[in-house]
Design a protein around this ligand. Structure first.
Ligand code: CAO
Length: 490
């Protein structure tokens, strides 16, 4: 345990977070944290029906203390901007009768552009929840009632505070017993789910900020949790062959013998919209294969060093950096075309979108300004985006501004793909699975090669096949001889 690397601690954190999030975590807490269990295992968690005044229901005694409180504030979902008129309520962090303080997370909502945490502006007790999880909430309509404490600020008509996922670090805080305790909504939610008082946790972040790690360490100390086996340790000694990720089969959603109709929501709706727009682009396709033998060797040399720094170094950072070096030579692939096909904008930044398979569906967060980043910096950024993606916390800042995209379908197992361009970008590459295959070397001998197929799509209104092919050749050459990239790094 003492020798635990930051890498394995990241995995541990992820594992422990998942454990905490799962409904069965109530049982873990039940066994190890009796107080927490009492709160989480209460079987009466019934959601109010939309439009129904719950205080008129038999559960009204929950609010018996309301008479001693200040007025009831009706939070309305305020304008989130970007023309968003509706959002999906992904998760409630509170239930009726819960006490909340200012800046406590109320719920997570998801538009077709980003996930947003709604936080409280008042101290008080949660009254009516107007939606269930997964309902569509409308901008300008009530979201939740709060029976405020008399000292709370003046009541306003429209009073939802929304915090874009990426702005959380800077803007969220919580007052506890006169001390300013800083923590992100996700951290406070984790604490809340496990009945941990933030005031009892020592923050190891900047200015005493409480990090997720602090909560998990606190929880681990209380529960005596044992570190799960670390995949990093398992593969550390061997030369790890790149392996496809095991994916659990999706849960069956259609009851046998009956069709079911569901509205498209959130990111799925966004995918439908952007892919329909992509149909207007005449796609040019080009495929090639890359022998990644040297890169496989180089990565296995560098991975332990990266791991020691708490970083997972996959092949992606090399693919991304090589693409950026090529975009510098072929700027037309890092451009966009206006609607009337009158003007081309050549983008200064190489913001490389990475197709990511998440529980929320396909997301394409972008690694920004790759032209200025080292391979290690790209890896850090990718690790950060993957962690946010896994936690369903990618915000607008990370999901917008892409200028070129890569889709590593090979990490799941595909060989070829026909990637669809994400407008307003003009090109995308899909990377297949690295396979060990026989190939001839320069002297005609059959050798064991690490072959990856790459499939490019480009907007044929702007990019011709010859340019796409030259770009692909250059990218391939960088990856077949990764040391050559050194010459171009700043
Ligand atoms: N061939 C073989 N193995 C590969 C591989 C490939 N092309 N790409 C990655 N791997 C290996 C990695 O090296 C890693 O193995 P180790 O643990 O031994 O290092 C393992 O697969 C898992 O990698 P990863 O997926 O965690 O990390 P990554 O940086 O390679 O990829 C990401 C990140 C976000 C691209 C990937 O997780 C993902 O989501 N891929 C799916 C993309 C997708 O859905 N595309 C379709 C879009 S169109 O609908």
């Amino acid at each position: 345990m003492a020798a635990m690397t930051r890498g394995s601690s990241t995995l541990f954190r992820r594992w422990l977070t998942q454990q905490c999030r799962r409904r069965s975590a109530a049982h873990v807490a039940l066994r190890l944290l009796p107080a927490a269990a009492a709160a989480t295992a209460t079987p009466q968690r019934r959601w109010p029906v939309r439009g129904m005044d719950y205080r008129a229901s038999p559960r009204a005694p929950l609010h018996a203390s309301a008479a001693r409180r200040g007025p009831v504030v009706q939070f309305k979902l305020s304008d989130i901007g970007e023309g968003i008129t509706e959002v999906t309520v992904k998760e409630w962090y509170v239930k009726e009768g819960d006490k909340v303080s200012q800046f406590d997370s109320i719920c997570e909502v998801q538009s077709d552009k980003a996930s947003v945490t709604i936080t409280s502006r008042y101290d008080g007790v949660i009254g009516k929840l107007y939606y269930r999880a997964d309902d569509v909430a409308l901008v300008g309509k009530p979201l939740v009632d709060i029976d405020t404490e008399p000292a709370s600020d003046a009541i306003q008509e429209e009073d939802v505070v929304e915090t874009p996922a990426m702005a959380r670090e800077e803007h969220t805080h919580q007052e506890i017993k006169g001390l300013k305790t800083q923590a992100t909504p996700a951290v406070r939610r984790l604490a809340m789910e496990n009945n941990i008082k933030l005031s009892e946790v020592v923050g190891s972040g900047k200015d005493g900020r409480i990090l997720k790690e602090d909560i998990l360490n606190f929880l681990a100390k209380q529960t005596g949790a044992i570190l799960p086996p670390s995949p990093f340790r398992e593969t550390a000694s061997a030369d790890p062959p790149p392996a496809a990720r095991p994916m659990p089969p999706p849960p069956p959603r259609v009851p046998a013998g009956r069709d079911s109709v569901e509205p498209l929501k959130g990111f799925q709706k966004a995918m439908a919209k952007s892919m329909t727009a992509a149909l207007a682009i005449p796609h040019l396709g080009l495929c090639d294969e890359v022998d990644l033998g040297r890169l496989v060797e180089l990565r296995s040399e560098l991975a332990p060093e990266a791991r020691a720094q708490g970083l997972k170094l996959s092949y992606m950072p090399f693919f991304i950096k090589a693409a950026s070096l090529c975009l510098a030579r072929f700027p037309v692939l890092n451009a966009s075309l206006d609607e009337g096909c009158q003007n081309v904008t050549y983008k200064a930044s190489h913001n490389i979108g990475v197709a990511m398979d998440t529980d929320l569906g396909l997301l394409v967060p972008t690694v920004k300004n790759v032209q200025r980043l080292s391979i290690l910096e790209v890896a850090w950024e990718l690790n950060r985006l993957q962690e946010l993606g896994a936690a369903g916390q990618l915000g607008t800042a990370d999901l917008s501004g892409g200028t070129f995209s890569l889709s590593n379908i090979g990490s799941i197992g595909g060989t070829y793909a026909r990637p669809v361009i994400l407008p307003p970008e003009v090109a995308i590459g899909a990377l297949g699975r690295i396979q060990v295959l026989p190939r001839f070397d320069a002297s005609g001998q059959v050798t064991r090669a690490h072959v990856m197929k790459v499939s490019w799509s480009a907007d044929h209104r702007l990019v011709d096949g010859a340019t796409m092919c030259r770009f692909s050749n250059t990218w391939r050459d960088f990856l077949q001889n990764p040391a050559a990239m050194l010459l171009h790094l700043k």
